[in-house]
Ligand binder design. Sequence first.
Ligand code: AMP
Ligand code: GLY
Length: 444
Amino acid sequence: MKKVLLVALGSTARADCLAHAIHKSHDSELHSFIQSKNPSVMHLSKSHQIGKLDDFSAIKKYAKQVKPDLAIISPDYAIAIGVADILSELNIPVFAPKKSLARLESSKSFTRRLLEKYQIAGSPEHKVFESLEGIRDYMLYLKDFVVKPDGLTGGKGVKVFGEHMKTIDEAVDYCTEIFSSKGIVVIEEKLIGEEFSIQFFTDGKVCLPSPIVQDHKRAFDGDLGPNTGGMGSYSSSNHLLPFLTKEHLQDAQHITNKVAFALKEEFHEYFCGIMYGGFMLTADGVKLIEYNARFGDPEIMNILPILKNDFVEVCEAATQGRLDKIKLIFEEKATVVKYAVPEGYPENPKKGEVIDISEFANTTAKYYLGAVEEFDSHYPWKLKMGTSRAIATVGIANTVEEAEAIAEHSVRMIRGPVFHRKDIGTKELLQRRVDHMAQVRLKK
Ligand code: AMP
Ligand code: GLY
């Protein structure tokens, strides 16, 4: 029996999805170090420890006790502060990059500079600023731009001119705010097009793509409201998207292969784990928005449930530099993920509200628990919500439309003060994406 240590926040459905994949693996036993309680992860684990992700001595102590054959680290924060480094020091194979390599996600300026240094095409026009000097002129020059704080912001720090900032003064104020907390700012040309995510499994030498996914960051139907961690996502049975071809996938693959090579050149070490590219398909082709050094949330739920390979074996092969021997196979199915979130999310979520999911009892609904805890002795059917995304439902079917119907039916079974996006994966929304892309190409 292989022992697998999962290091995770706990309060995300991504952690639960990983726990299910490890639990399902034919010869594996799950042990979890989680920052907050997740009843499902705890239930699936042979042992668990609750602790802070920056408490390295607690993580080491638990790892020494468990003696895992493999560790998988889920959240960006834990990867960015070097949990992979401390586990590697204990000679544990880790499916997650070391701190230095994780700068690919934890520093946007690092990644832009890396692409520049290795002459990898795909970046929008951009400049890195450490003070206000020249910033206003650069904004005026670009006209349409985005402002990005350099570090991790949970996907919520990027502000787009014309949407989150209406005037140049507002944009300069935002930069001043970032500099005053010792930050660095990246200003870049605003890309116009359709976004997509690809989660590549990599051992630093080969990058194996999983089905392409489109996430929905805005809180409300019709892409309205504030940005969130992601309200839901879909993928198609051909593993592309309705507005995107195999050639676009190849472009993203080329960029990613070159970046993996550049990382090895820079650090003399291989990036092992997930290189999750956030791309934009524009009138000028595929552009890179950013890389994350981990699975996406919700995007992980579009890929792991249809992965035919044994997940733990794939991660192990990556840690041994053997991914060239692995053929990743995903079911030719479409998937739709919908998150139920507390009313008021993301700006003013009410904490501690109780939801009832007992309608799931007599169904085969696929769902993953996020920011919820047990409520008295009513587990698993009554749960107390935190302030973040509560439960994700997943539909898997031959078409996106059918998968949407399944995910929607399931998410509606959740009783309590929650809401979700009804439009994710619908025929209408997919058509809008296709029409938007056609419009973008026409404008060129
Ligand atoms: P990031 O934290 O880099 O993923 O950015 C968060 C979101 O901001 C992305 O998912 C995009 O929707 C948007 N964004 C980031 N960079 C750009 C850009 N150069 N042009 C347009 N939108 C962007
Ligand atoms: N879905 C956005 C993220 O995981 O960063």
